[in-house]
Design a protein around this ligand. Structure first.
Ligand code: MLT
Length: 261
């Protein structure tokens, strides 16, 4: 149970089944602000900053693999004396959830996979990330924000809730450069999780925004087909950060899911 990993900066609120929510790239735990208090009425909601991001940037060199992030999450559960939890992740957080399943599956009560995909990067995708590493070294996190923002928020939210677009841009721009670079390296290196899907035998809820341009609905449909007994909900008028854009719809789906975990 013990590990040398530092304890991630985190929020911990509510009572009930532990629910860990892992943010995407290049986010921090503020991504889950719309879930923290709403879902804490249904679960013990634990929201960390991944190492390299938010207040966990102070913890030292960020991992350059999804396995490293997964082990950080396991160490956080150890520190909180939690044996098993629902592991939820959005996008890159989902990549970490797959790694957590492979490495620590006996600790998983269920998986919540939001706006993510199972597949690894294509060669072209890897090259784009290498280019983004170079751009981030030269210009800072603004380069990552510029690269990610066009796909981050759905077109309906951009038109109707421009303040959410601005808040998301601010979150991406404040991401620490070492964390951004390490996360890009970890995403390049991540394995294909498609073969993992058939091994998952806990309750799985998949959620995706109808307008998600980064991890489109068809990625979620493929995961739904490959994970036995999993459920998929598509949130209308939401993009890649569906929890942030349409929190009531997202929280309702998660609350229902918590009934079956
Ligand atoms: C994320 O939101 O975490 C990113 O879109 C993941 C990725 O770039 O693959």
């Amino acid at each position: 149970m013990t590990s040398n990993a530092p304890v991630l900066a985190h929020d911990d609120a509510g009572r009930g089944a532990p629910l860990v929510l892992l943010h995407g790239f290049p986010h921090d735990r503020a991504l889950w602000a719309p879930q923290r208090s709403a879902l804490s009425r249904r679960a013990r909601v634990i929201v960390p900053d991944l190492r390299g991001f938010g207040a966990s940037a102070a913890l030292g060199t960020p991992p350059v693999t999804m396995d490293g992030h997964a082990d950080d999450v396991a160490a956080l559960l150890d520190a909180l004396d939690i044996e098993r939890a629902v592991i939820g992740g959005l996008s890159m957080g989902g990549y970490i959830a797959f790694a957590f399943w492979r490495r620590h599956r006996r600790r998983v009560l269920g998986l919540l996979l939001a706006d993510t995909r199972a597949g690894a990067d294509s060669d072209e995708g890897k090259q784009k990330r290498r280019d983004l590493i170079a751009a981030t070294r030269a210009a800072g996190a603004r380069a990552a924000a510029d690269a990610m923002m066009p796909g981050m928020i759905g077109k309906t939210t951009r038109a109707k809730r421009p303040e959410l677009d601005q808040a998301m841009r601010a979150m991406c721009e404040r991401a620490p450069v070492p964390g951004v670079i390490a996360a890009l390296e970890a995403m390049i290196a991540r394995p294909d999780s498609a073969p993992t899907l058939a091994t998952i035998d806990v309750p799985v809820q998949i959620i995706v925004g109808e307008e998600d341009a980064l991890t489109p609905v068809k990625e979620s449909e493929a995961m739904r087909a490959a994970i036995r007994g999993s459920r998929l909900e598509v949130i209308p008028r939401a993009g890649h950060v569906s929890n942030f854009e349409r929190p009531s719809a997202f929280n309702h789906i998660v609350s229902e899911y918590l009934n079956v975990v």
